[in-house]
Design a protein around this ligand. Structure first.
Ligand SMILES: [Zn+2]
Length: 397
């Protein structure tokens, strides 16, 4: 399948919302990568940085597609489609199996990285959440990034350059993504078939987080849960309601994680059963299938607890935006509200509470995010936070 030409031509880079400055660099590198020998813009190790949701792993995957596509990332050929669908033999996307990459994972990755590409010029490894490399995993990786196999390309993704050891980051060409503007996110959602009103809401509510914007725009239950959590902030009347609210926040994060993961888990299981030849007879086959499935389930469970934490952090970001909106109203600041559609509730809270307390509440949410990042049990962190949200001065910060 070839590339369509002229005005109809699309590109794998079109899904990168509000990142034009990066797209031109990646396109130039991809065309240099097609030269023999590769031109000066092409290097073997790249680091994609950007705030959560800015699309750093999408950018890395798009670049991976451009490297293996005969047309520089047309978005339509067999290679592009395979990369975007997660099934290209030469473009591997890795995520940590648990909360961090273990040394063993890094070792087996490094071993695989030495393999020559099977179809094209480059063997690409996209490493999501490279900030979750343990120090020893970092060191295992370092050798491979310093002296990569001649046709291997590493694409690491992390929130910022500070998240990687200096030894690794100094070997990488850095690609910096920005939080996309609300308008850019809204336009993108509309191009995906979302109506203008929902797109505008989701773009605002997600604060530039593309994945969150897409989930809010397309999954009604995610939208409803977000609303329910925010509305709870009005009704923290006594300790019992605080404990209930903490439980509801954790439950909402779990349900959001479930909505994001369910489809992926099922696809993986079906793929594995297919690969193992499910239905084949014989005790040996059954045993192998069983242990492989157990393995997959363990990995999926580890990913689940990590995703719940990510979603919980996202709920906290929603709460931060809620109290930020309250503060905006209390100061009559001339800026747009994140939660415009809930203006009456926000206005009431702004009237009934003091700005100094709003600041304490914002501090309580920040503390909770910090606690979660230090692995405090989610329920405990939420209870401590909600109690402070109810009575910020009593909590004695
Ligand atoms: Zn292509």
């Amino acid at each position: 399948m070839g590339c369509r030409s002229g005005a109809l031509a699309v590109s794998v880079f079109e899904s990168l919302v509000g990142q034009d400055h990066v797209v031109s660099v990646l396109k130039a590198a991809a065309s240099d990568a097609a030269l023999v020998p590769a031109g000066p813009m092409m290097t073997h190790a790249w680091l994609f940085i950007g705030p959560p949701g800015s699309g750093r792993s999408n950018a890395a995957i798009a670049f991976g597609a451009a490297l293996v596509c005969p047309n520089g990332g047309c978005g339509m050929c067999e290679d592009c489609l395979a990369v975007l669908g997660g099934g290209h033999p030469d473009v591997e996307v890795v995520r940590p199996e648990g909360l961090s990459y273990k040394t063993e994972e890094a070792r087996s990755l490094v071993a695989r990285s030495d393999m020559a590409p099977t179809r094209g010029r480059w063997h690409v490894i996209v490493m999501e959440d490279a900030d979750r490399l343990t120090e020893s995993a970092n060191n295992v990786l370092l050798k491979s990034i310093e002296e990569p196999a001649s046709r291997t390309v590493w694409l690491l993704c992390a929130p910022s350059v500070e998240d990687l050891l200096p030894t690794v980051r100094s070997r990488c060409q850095v690609v910096g993504l920005r939080t996309p503007a609300t308008d850019a996110v809204s336009t993108f959602l509309q191009q995906q078939g979302v109506d203008a009103g929902t797109a505008a809401f989701a773009a605002r509510a997600s604060m530039g987080h593309i994945g969150r914007a897409r989930a809010l725009a397309t999954i009604e239950s995610v939208r409803n849960r977000r609303h329910d959590v925010l509305i709870m902030m009005r009704d923290l009347s006594d300790l019992a309601s605080c404990m209930a609210a903490a439980g509801n926040i954790v439950a909402a994060a779990k349900a959001d994680a479930e909505a994001l993961l369910a489809e992926r888990d099922d696809t993986e299981k079906a793929d594995m059963l297919l690969a193992l030849g499910a239905g084949a007879e014989g005790k040996g086959v059954k045993r192998v299938t069983k242990s492989a499935l157990k393995d997959l389930e363990d990995r999926q469970n580890a990913r689940r607890s990590r995703t719940v934490r990510d979603e919980l952090d996202r709920v906290l970001v929603d709460l931060l935006a809620w109290f930020r909106d309250v503060l905006v109203l209390q100061h009559e600041a001339p800026v747009e509200l994140v939660n415009e559609e809930m203006r009456p509730d926000l206005a009431r809270m702004a009237d009934e509470t003091h700005a100094a307390d709003t600041l304490l509440r914002i501090g309580a949410i920040r503390d909770a995010r910090q606690a979660l990042s230090m692995n405090v049990a989610p329920q405990l962190a939420m209870e401590a936070m909600v109690v402070k949200l109810r009575a910020p001065r009593l909590a004695g910060r």
